[in-house]
Each structure stands twice: as structure tokens, then as C-alpha cells.
Write a protein that binds this ligand. Structure first.
Ligand SMILES: *[C@@H]1O[C@H](CO)[C@@H](O)[C@H](O)[C@H]1NC(C)=O
Ligand SMILES: *[C@@H]1O[C@H](CO)[C@@H](O)[C@H](O)[C@H]1NC(C)=O
Ligand SMILES: *[C@@H]1O[C@H](CO)[C@@H](O)[C@H](O)[C@H]1NC(C)=O
Ligand SMILES: *[C@@H]1O[C@H](CO)[C@@H](O)[C@H](O)[C@H]1NC(C)=O
Length: 391
């Protein structure tokens, strides 16, 4: 018995020792990885990671002075963008911030939708309502095409830029369902030769994420000879994007994305709560494995953007380590509890604080804003900003 005891101690000791080495090696690996990734990825990211680790979650509670009020969120079609947009709408509405809005007056509007500034253009003096007398724009989170120059023209210099991407294939499937594209066609037919079905880069299916992120039209597929010679220009534009954006979130990693965003904007956990918006009951048609292989060369811009976003995202998350993962777990827990509370019909609940936030109340009004249809909240914002709708 005695020797079995010692044997066990020995084994445990060895395991502990091995784990220490493993952890140490892992740590070195991680540092190398992060360093290499940083040098490979871009200059901009290198400055961002220390900023994220140093974020003091309690600072913004002491008066809210440090929470970021200037945000450009690029809302990209069918990336799950409405759930995230709700966060910005709520945040700005409860703090009386000024949003860039498209017109909702038939004569002036570029699109018939209150939440959409433009399908195909970036911001300009015609497609947005001027800010109310004596104020400046704080936030943009409605659909419009990204262009750094024009965004900078309308937004303060300390604006944080946030994007969201999704796996290009599931995004395309979602767009096909939502916009009822190719409804009389077998999807394999489309996947075999997408260019036969695409009339230009303005469609919801032709590298739409890249289109909304402002990739120049010269980089879009327009012949069956795929663009080896464009590779440098594509990489250059992608590099620029990652210098310009503070964060590109990943749909498939939503909770981590939002916690990263919270740290970048120095917001509260309560601010980033969300409820998944109703998903269509209509069946989604899926591409086969062969279809996906056929689609990849056509969707090269979307795949480039998505893959780079994932690489940068993983580098950030790895660098932040366990503390970050712990916050993500707490966030998920709050989310579940708040959803339960909102279903309960109770008027108010006090939620306990954590390492990353003080205690906070959730009210019926908070639930209403979490659940509200995006265009309704935009019209409420419009009324507050301009005293009326129909601008
Ligand atoms: C926002 O404006 C409304 C109406 O002017 C005012 O009642 C409210 O206190 C303001 N809220 C904040 C957070 O400034
Ligand atoms: C679509 O076409 C593919 C290949 O031509 C075929 O295997 C598949 O069964 C078709 N699917 C439908 C739903 O007709
Ligand atoms: C962005 O807008 C500027 C100014 O209107 C224009 O010169 C530039 O070509 C645009 N960039 C892209 C990538 O379209
Ligand atoms: C929560 O609401 C109660 C009741 O209105 C209030 O007394 C309390 O101060 C609130 N707590 C926080 C953290 O806002």
C-alpha cells in the first residue's frame, strides 16, 4: 500500500512537472506566435493588444468619461449584423448620441429602408440627413458601403472602426434565402459557373462582404481567368483595412467578438448584451462540398477578407489568454440570465457584479430595447434627433 502511495505521488509529481514545462513551452510558443503573426499581419495590430490587456473595466464606471462614444460599425448584409447593430442603437439612444441616418423621406431617400443609407454607394451629402443644429455625428451603424476617406469626413478623428464578417459560404446561403436568389435554379448550376449569373459587382452574391468593405471594383471577378496578377492589389487593400479597423468581428465567434469589442470601446458588459434576432423559418438551401470547391475561386475576395479576419482575431484572443476566456464565460452567463429575466415579466432585476463590471439593473425598458425591431428603434432615434420622422 505504502509503495503504491509513493508511486502515485511520483506519477502526480511528474505530471505536474510535465505540465509546468508544457505550459512554459506553450507560453513561449504563444509569444513567438503572436510576435510572428504581428509582424506578418500588420503594424496596426501590434499596438492594439497591449491596449486590450490594459483595459480597466472599472474605469468607465466612475463617471463614464472613458467609454468610447464615436463608433463606425460597418453593417454588412447577412453577416448577423442586426443583432450587433441593436447594441449600437441602444447604446447611442440611451446616451443621446447622434447617429448618421439615411433619409426616410421618399423624395430624398436612396433606398426604401429606414436602416439603409445605400446599397451601392458610400456616404455623401445627399444620402444622409445633416446632424441636428449644433451637434456632430457620433455613430454610424446603418448599411452603407465603406470608404475610409468619406467615413473620416463625417466622423470624429477618434472614431473606432468595427466590422463583422461571416463564413463566405454560409453568408451566401443566407443571402440566397433572404433575397430569394436563383429560386428556379439548382444551386449546383450556380456554383458551377457563378459568372453566368452575375451581372456585376453590385449583387448580394458576388463577394458581397468585400464589396461592402469597399474593395475597389477592379479587384472583382469579371472573367474566368482568375486574378493572379491582382493578388498584390488585393493584399494591399486588405492590409489597409486591418490598419484602419480596430476590430473585425467573426459571426461564428460572436460572444468573444463582443467581449473584444467591449474592451476596445471601454463599454460595460450590460452594453453588449444581445438577443438573436428572429431567424427566417424558410428553409436554407445548402451548397454541396463540390459546390463549395467550385465557388471558392469566385468568392476569392470574401475568402481573403474572412481568412485574414480570423487570423487577426485568433492572434488577439490568444494574446489575451485565460482572463479573456473567463470574461466570455461570464458574459454568456449574464446573457442567459437576462433573457430569462426578460421573459419573466418582472419590472426590474439587479445583476451581481463580476471582476469585469459592477452590479447593474435590467429593466423592462432594457428588455424592450433588446427585443425591438431595428427599423422601429431607428425611427425612435430619428424622432429624438430631429423632432420628427420623414427627414
Ligand atoms: C437625453 O435627452 C432627453 C431629452 O432631452 C433627456 O430627458 C435625458 O435626460 C437625456 N439623457 C442623457 C443620458 O443625457
Ligand atoms: C442539382 O444538380 C446536381 C448535379 O447536377 C444533382 O446531383 C442534384 O441532385 C441536383 N439537386 C436537385 C435538388 O435537383
Ligand atoms: C473613396 O472615396 C474617395 C473620395 O471620394 C475616392 O477618391 C476613392 O477612390 C474611394 N476609394 C475607393 C477604394 O473606392
Ligand atoms: C437598481 O434599482 C434600484 C431600484 O430602482 C435602485 O435603488 C438601485 O440603486 C439600482 N442599482 C443600480 C446598480 O443601478
Amino acid at each position: 500500500m505504502g509503495s503504491a502511495f509513493y508511486l502515485r505521488r511520483m506519477v502526480m509529481f511528474s505530471v505536474a512537472l510535465a505540465m509546468m514545462f508544457l505550459t512554459w513551452n506553450k507560453a513561449i510558443e504563444l509569444v513567438d506566435e503572436v510576435y510572428n503573426a504581428n509582424t506578418v499581419l500588420n503594424e496596426g495590430l501590434r499596438g492594439k493588444i497591449p491596449l486590450l490587456t490594459n483595459t480597466d473595466p472599472h474605469k468607465s464606471l466612475s463617471g463614464g468619461k472613458d467609454e468610447c462614444h464615436h463608433v463606425a460599425y460597418l453593417k454588412v448584409h447577412k453577416t448577423g449584423s442586426s443583432s450587433v447593430q441593436n447594441i449600437f442603437l441602444r447604446f447611442g439612444q440611451t446616451r443621446n448620441l447622434t447617429f448618421i441616418l439615411g433619409h426616410d423621406n421618399e423624395e430624398l431617400a436612396e433606398t426604401p429602408y429606414a436602416n439603409m443609407i445605400s446599397y451601392s454607394n458610400t456616404l455623401n451629402d445627399k444620402n444622409i440627413v445633416p446632424p441636428p443644429e449644433g451637434s456632430h455625428y457620433d455613430i454610424i451603424c446603418c448599411h452603407v458601403i465603406y470608404n475610409r476617406t468619406t467615413f473620416q469626413k463625417y466622423l470624429p478623428t477618434d472614431t473606432k472602426y468595427i466590422g463583422l464578417v461571416r463564413d463566405p459560404i454560409t453568408r451566401l446561403e443566407s443571402a440566397i434565402r433572404y433575397f430569394q436568389l436563383f429560386s428556379n435554379r439548382n444551386l449546383s448550376e450556380y456554383a458551377n459557373d457563378p459568372l453566368r449569373f452575375e451581372k456585376g459587382p453590385h449583387s448580394m452574391s458576388n463577394n458581397r462582404m468585400a464589396f461592402e468593405f469597399g474593395y475597389p471594383l477592379t479587384l472583382f471577378p469579371n472573367s474566368h481567368d482568375q486574378p493572379n496578377d491582382l493578388e498584390n492589389a488585393i493584399n494591399d487593400y486588405t492590409d489597409d483595412l486591418f490598419d484602419q479597423f480596430d476590430l473585425i468581428m467573426i459571426n461564428e465567434r460572436m460572444d468573444e467578438s463582443l467581449v473584444l469589442m467591449r474592451r476596445i470601446l471601454n463599454w460595460q458588459i450590460k452594453d453588449i448584451l444581445y438577443m438573436k434576432k428572429l431567424v427566417s423559418k424558410q428553409e436554407t438551401r445548402r451548397f454541396s462540398e463540390i459546390d463549395i470547391q467550385n465557388l471558392k475561386p469566385f468568392l476569392y475576395l470574401d475568402f481573403k477578407l474572412y481568412q485574414r479576419s480570423l487570423d487577426v482575431f485568433n492572434t488577439m484572443v490568444d494574446a489575451l489568454g485565460q482572463d479573456f476566456q473567463d470574461e466570455v464565460a461570464i458574459f454568456k452567463n449574464y446573457k442567459d440570465q437576462v433573457i430569462k429575466f426578460c421573459k419573466s415579466g418582472k419590472p426590474l432585476e439587479l445583476f451581481k457584479g463580476s471582476k469585469w463590471n459592477n452590479e447593474f439593473n435590467v429593466t423592462k425598458e432594457d428588455c424592450r430595447l433588446l427585443n425591438i425591431f431595428e427599423t422601429h428603434l431607428i425611427q425612435e432615434i430619428r424622432k429624438r434627433q430631429y423632432g420628427q420622422i420623414g427627414n
